[in-house]
Design a protein around this ligand. Sequence first.
Ligand SMILES: [Zn+2]
Length: 419
Amino acid sequence: MSMLLKTILNYTLDFKCFVFKKIVLLESNETPRLEIEVAPRKRSKGICSGCKNKAPGYDTLQVRRFEHIPMWGISVFFIYAPRRLNCPQCGIRVEELPWGNGKRPLTNQYADFLSHWAKRMSWKEVAEAFHTSWHKVFISCRLAVEWGREHMNLDNIHSIGIDEVLWHRGKKFITLVYQIDSHCKRLLWIGIGRTKATLRDFFKWLGTEKTAALKYVCSDLLMSYLKVVQEEAPQATHVLDRFHTVQMIQKAIEKIRAEEARELKADGKKELLTKTRWVILKKPENLTQKQGERLETLLKQNLKTVKGYLLKEDFKRLWDYISPYWAGKFIDRWTRKVMYSKIEPLKKVARTMREYKPLILNYFKAKKNISQGIVEGFNNKLKLTFKRSYGFRTFEATEIQLYHTLGGLPCQKFTHKFF
Ligand SMILES: [Zn+2]
């Protein structure tokens, strides 16, 4: 039995200078476990963790346990006492271990295995599925992210999208920068806040040379973003993307509805707008039958909300235009209609659109070069990730999870694939 296990271990792991010794199955605990003693191969010198050269032994540290990938629902631990070496170059150093860092309580292979599943499940679920702790899943993902960020390729980044979202139960903003080229879409960078300093940190990270290669930058109209992009990447075309343009109108509609609902309530006619929030925010084609019927009766009312809704729907035709010139004409007509409507929140949107019309028209100029709807897609994935990671208190955990799931990071290769 133990011979066959050793054969499997040697088949899946490439520990040239180490051998597997005694294997015991402990059944007393809640989760049964295999303890596998590991020892250095006879007469083999240790490898210095500093310079990666062979070095003579100095002493041996206490026995440590390293958690490895479970088999048949049985936890697996390697038991090993790391040697300290007397390296002529580095002095007294702990030896290099083929399964990982002497301080980390799990093997590289197990960390890779856990981080693989953490892309598909929440960290809590991964911990439960493999009878391990949340913390071990966390350090596994951190390891994968650190390795991936170190080895990621930053060549050929031409288009980026900047987005800001609320984090920490809606209390703090974080800024996210995505690569949105048609050949590569991924989360590039995350920072706390949405100030000028935040975005400057991103450009610092990207470096002067790569920044100079940027052709398109998409973002909403946040002043701090507009200014910093202008300073750092003046050669790039700044685009107010579709997602953020629509979001601007959506927010105005929500405001109109909320205000009008308050007025109607005061007049004792609150039923006119009850249960209409999603009806007017959702795309008509996504409404349930009941919501569709609600919309029909709502549209018969003479309400500001209805007028606003119709203007919002009318605005959608903008995205069918190909030529920036005709798109511009459409914006002129639409904003004129809005100014006549006397609905204040929408008038504010119209004024902003007039002021930043070139940025919206840049969308039509850049259309072929940037991936459509990608910022919105990432924004949705982000919300899903936040939902899954509810209760993450630290920014570090959030950051690692986002890089891990959305960063498209390269992975370390191992001799055997465990999943
Ligand atoms: Zn050394």
